[in-house]
Design a protein. Sequence first.
Length: 107
Amino acid sequence: MTGQDKRVLKHYTKSEISAVAEILRRWDPINVQPGTVGPANEYDSYAPHIVSMLKGGCTVEDLAAHLEHLATETMRIGPSSNRSRAHSLKFATEIVDQLQRSPGDAR
């Protein structure tokens, strides 16, 4: 891989991470309204791992389960109407669709 190839890949990866972070802000399982009530980057730290999961072949179902795990285990929140299975699937699908459209996607 040439230096130029590496720069292009880095650019696309950053773009994918940014796109996922934007979707996660709308996912908002703890209802902090990133950028309004809570910090704008409230969920951004989860985006790189999600991009990596998808590059590794993660399915929509796998990603929805991961989002639910983040909410219940990592954030330690109880049941919430904002965090239903349908809610997780909706955002998992949106994330997968976004990355499939990404020019840097090697799949």
